[in-house]
Design a protein around this ligand. Sequence first.
Ligand code: 2BA
Length: 111
Amino acid sequence: MKLIVAIVQDQDSQKLLNALTDDQFRVTKLASTGGFLKSGNTTIMVGTEDHKVDRVLEIIKENCQKRDQLIAPISPMGGNADSYIPQPVEVEVGGANIFVVPVESFGSFKR
Ligand code: 2BA
């Protein structure tokens, strides 16, 4: 079994969630924040059998788009000098950053 952790853009998350659940995958969506841009993104977790990993990756590819994001300058005034960005910067974000992690065991407890 594998756990697929995918960090995607918020704009793609609903479509991706629908596509995964339509294909009978079990999914958890977490609100997350990127360390570099310090802005919101979405982390999707899917636990699935090894032979279904490729299908999950395919669905992620079909539903997550690469986008350019313009970062406005950040003044150091009253803030942390580490986050000082003097010029607008364009960075390419997504479509998805994916980790496929082996799962030692999985179980649900229901009482
Ligand atoms: P952020 O850390 O906010 O990064 C957003 C985008 O900024 C990145 O897009 C990349 O284009 C750029 N970027 C990040 N660090 C940079 C740096 N030190 N110098 C210049 N540009 C930089 P993506 O690579 O597509 O990443 C999108 C989000 O995926 C990241 O948001 C982060 O939340 C997550 N992520 C990416 N790689 C990761 C990793 N190895 N481990 C954990 N999270 C990761």
